[in-house]
Design a protein around this ligand. Sequence first.
Ligand SMILES: *[C@@H]1O[C@H](CO)[C@@H](O)[C@H](O)[C@H]1NC(C)=O
Ligand SMILES: *[C@@H]1O[C@H](CO)[C@@H](O)[C@H](O)[C@H]1NC(C)=O
Length: 185
Amino acid sequence: MSCYHLVIILATVLCAEVLAISHEVRPERFEQMLGFEYVNTTGIRVRKFNRTTWIFDGQGEAFQDFNDDYMFTITMAHSRLGNNQWNEYPMKIARSGACEILNGPYKEYQHHFVEYTNLPRVGEERVCPFKKGLYWVKEFAPGTDWVLPVVPEGYWRFTGDVYDKEGQLIIRLAGYFHLSRNMFE
Ligand SMILES: *[C@@H]1O[C@H](CO)[C@@H](O)[C@H](O)[C@H]1NC(C)=O
Ligand SMILES: *[C@@H]1O[C@H](CO)[C@@H](O)[C@H](O)[C@H]1NC(C)=O
């Protein structure tokens, strides 16, 4: 390797360290494990939209209303290689009543996805309960502006759990994503 080549490579490596790093979030799949008598989300799929973008598409149904008698939480797990060795990650949406979540964390994050769905839009007025009905998602490609720079690359699982009044786990949904950083954009 000539000296000239070495200089180019070093400069490239240094630039990569300094340049803004962009993330790529690729949805992989969506799954319902529990609670088919309460909700049916089996119609929600991940599909390839074009060469670079994967999207969520489809519809689901809630067979009943959910108020604060139902507790909801989202937990996150990381797998570097995607070989099903999941490590729970400390970030999560703490378990609280469905309406507390809807009017709290959901309200705060809704601008990332609500345009692509008919999920409730929470404004000034408190929304409660989360109503039964048909919900759709159309061509939703998760953005990356919410990904913190410290979040490690690899495979991510977001698990949404619902508990009933007795504290029994009744619904479990999971979304799987792959996160990578692009150095040169
Ligand atoms: C669940 O949703 C799928 C896809 O939309 C549909 O084919 C199926 O009939 C639904 N099942 C029930 C029990 O509603
Ligand atoms: C793929 O679709 C996304 C979302 O519409 C768009 O932003 C992106 O530019 C498209 N990429 C290509 C290669 O067409």
